[in-house]
Design a protein around this ligand. Structure first.
Ligand code: GLU
Length: 297
């Protein structure tokens, strides 16, 4: 498929399951994949599979093969071809360049350690530094305005940097309020999006190109996804996706953020929680219907 985004009017409901091949699928992924498949089936829609492997240092072809085997075992049929994000960095870069041209994006040079040191120094004197919905400190806004000569000098001499969205300028460039529609297990109806809660999000890194936010938003539009069905852990990230959709003139899907499957200790399942990996459960003799029962479908 060529990387050209078409705006369509009425379109067939289109769903996607979009795992990252940086670990084994677990019960939480099974719920997501099964819900997507079920909703596609009952609406007469399509089901796409997208491998979100932009982090080429952590994603492997072994994990990719394991994902395909798990989905096959669960009886989930998706359309071909499968989209691999690592094959489309040029497409994401074009969108980034449009944002750079509009001066909505700036190169940022502080390392994680430098941000941490600045936050700690501030908090010793002046109280809590603002944090994003995942608990990470926001990038210092005073870094937005490097003098052009200094910025170019650092771009030429610094190996590691990231392009960040200037949240203030981005919000000034779109009509507000920004909203999305959600039909999931959390808040539903028309949701007020608050992308500013994330501060100046990273859209591109010199070492691991396009960010999740940029790639997911562009691909959902490119692939004509009309319904994004994914876990509630990504609920707040949707605010950033909606902002990028408006800035880049992309279509707006309906969102369905589903409940999470938690580990026995109440924590979120992670790719390293081996005992809930689908492959481990399969080896213990569980069947696909057992998995459906375990995830409550
Ligand atoms: N690739 C993301 C993950 O594995 C999911 C992205 C999405 O569904 O929007 O957590």
């Amino acid at each position: 498929m060529s990387d050209t985004i078409r705006q369509t009017g009425e379109s067939q409901p289109t769903f996607r399951f979009a795992p990252s091949p940086n670990g084994r699928l677990h019960l939480g992924h099974a719920l997501s994949a099964l819900l997507n498949a079920e909703m596609a089936r009952t609406s007469g829609g399509r089901l796409l599979l997208r491998l979100e492997d932009i982090d080429v240092t952590r994603c492997t072809t072994e994990f990719e093969a394991a994902i395909l085997a798990d989905l096959d075992w669960l009886g989930i049929r998706h359309e071909e071809p499968v989209r691999r994000q690592s094959e489309h960095f040029g497409f994401y870069r074009q969108a980034l360049d449009r944002l750079i041209e509009r001066e909505l994006v700036y190169p940022s040079f502080l390392t994680r350690g430098e941000v941490k040191a600045r936050v700690q120094a501030y908090e010793r004197e002046a109280g809590p530094w603002p944090r994003d919905p995942d608990g990470a400190p926001l990038y210092p806004t005073e870094e937005r305005h490097l003098e052009a000569g200094e910025r170019d000098r650092r771009l030429a001499t610094t190996e590691r940097f990231a392009y960040r969205l200037d949240m203030e300028k981005a919000l000034a460039a779109i009509p507000l309020p920004l909203t999305w529609r959600d039909t999931g297990d959390g808040a539903t109806g028309l949701i007020l999006a608050d992308p500013a809660a994330w501060g100046d999000v990273v859209l591109w890194r010199s070492d691991a190109p396009a960010s999740y936010h940029l790639a997911v938003t562009l691909d959902d539009a490119l692939q004509g996804v009309t319904h994004v069905v994914r876990g509630l852990d990504l609920f707040h990230a949707t605010a950033v996706h909606r902002l990028l959709q408006v800035l880049l003139d992309l279509s707006e899907p309906i969102y369905h953020h589903h409940r999470l499957i938690l580990a026995e200790d109440g924590r979120k399942l992670s790719k390293s929680s081996g005992d809930t990996a689908l492959s481990a459960l399969r080896e213990r003799g569980l069947t696909p219907s057992d998995i459906r029962r375990l995830v409550g479908i």
